[in-house]
Design a protein around this ligand. Sequence first.
Ligand SMILES: C[S@@+](CC[C@H](N)C(=O)[O-])C[C@H]1O[C@@H](n2cnc3c(N)ncnc32)[C@H](O)[C@@H]1O
Length: 270
Amino acid sequence: MQITQEEFQVFSEYIKSNFGINLTSKKKTLMTSRLNSVIENHGFENFMEYFHFIEKDSSGESVIELLNKITTNHTFFYREKKHFEYLKNTILPQLKITEKNRRDIGIWSAGCSSGEEPYTTAMILSEFFGNEKSLWDTKILATDISTSALLKAKAGIYAKSSLSYLPDMWRMKYFVPHDGEFMRVDNQIRKEIIYRRFNLMSNFPYKRKFHLIFCRNVMIYFDMSTKMELVNKFYDYLEPGGYLFIGHSESIDRSQSNLQYIQPAIYRKG
Ligand SMILES: C[S@@+](CC[C@H](N)C(=O)[O-])C[C@H]1O[C@@H](n2cnc3c(N)ncnc32)[C@H](O)[C@@H]1O
């Protein structure tokens, strides 16, 4: 079934105002194909009937289904390696000194998708702290709006082929074989991550501030004003001297933010 221009507009306005995601008309074909199976399963006559169903559904289930369809969850282990090197070589050595009394490091993977980003981060932390790891609280908060991505993240099961960017040693050290072609992240690393469903357009409910926030390849779907509002919220939730990592294809309008530019895709609260 094809979506009409009017229907597309109704859906895209709803999605933008509630979830920040900006579906430009280039996404029309993609959206039609992703939503057609939902329309068929529910037996709706057209996209408007589907939209009214979402609006009336107070359980929230249909919005979850919609978001699971429209979000792009592409990610992989060790993505944008420079960030992880910077974390290991610069941020963690700094924090080891400045946080030596509290021994509590706050990291948030905002838009974590299926977990490869927070798991890679946990492996970096484990490598950095080594035997001292148990003396530090380095739990990582990992949030996403997509429940299907979070389900995969929590399970921590990945095809062997998807681990190819990780150092060989890590594959042996941090994974256990699972059902032939798969590997499962081992429990030591899995228990380092706290997964939560969270819409970045909502008020942040967090009491703590973070030393590092990852929000990579998420804001590419937002328009400039939504993005800058979010970046300024991240600023408020960073510890003094805390870092924000964004995707390498993204940028921040520095005239609208107090964040300091450090190097491509790395910003810091002064
Ligand atoms: C392409 S993935 C990025 C994953 C990872 N950060 C990386 O760089 O590989 C983008 C993720 O952002 C999530 N997302 C999009 N809009 C969101 C919102 N309003 N709140 C929370 N997560 C959102 C999507 O569900 C998706 O999993």
